[in-house]
Design a protein around this ligand. Structure first.
Ligand SMILES: [Cu+2]
Length: 72
């Protein structure tokens, strides 16, 4: 299992947190997801099955912009 941090600069409130945690949590291979509103970042725990492009697509499809990705 590896950790990944995705910066999502559009995150501004608890609604964003709930929305992103829900859609990213549905991506196969994602075992944990936590949004930090203050730093506008998404902490993701994943196993080898999780496709980073699927994670990014889930965030974009929810209406947000993906910034830097750390820990790929
Ligand atoms: Cu919001």
């Amino acid at each position: 299992m590896t950790a990944l941090t995705v910066q999502v600069p559009d995150i501004s409130c608890g609604h964003c947190k709930a929305a992103i945690e829900e859609v990213v949590g549905r991506v196969p291979g994602v075992t944990g997801v936590s949004v930090d509103v203050d730093s506008a970042s998404v902490q993701i725990q994943r196993n080898a099955d999780a496709d980073i492009r699927a994670i990014e697509a889930a965030i974009v499809d929810a209406g947000y912009t993906v910034g830097a990705v750390v820990g790929v």
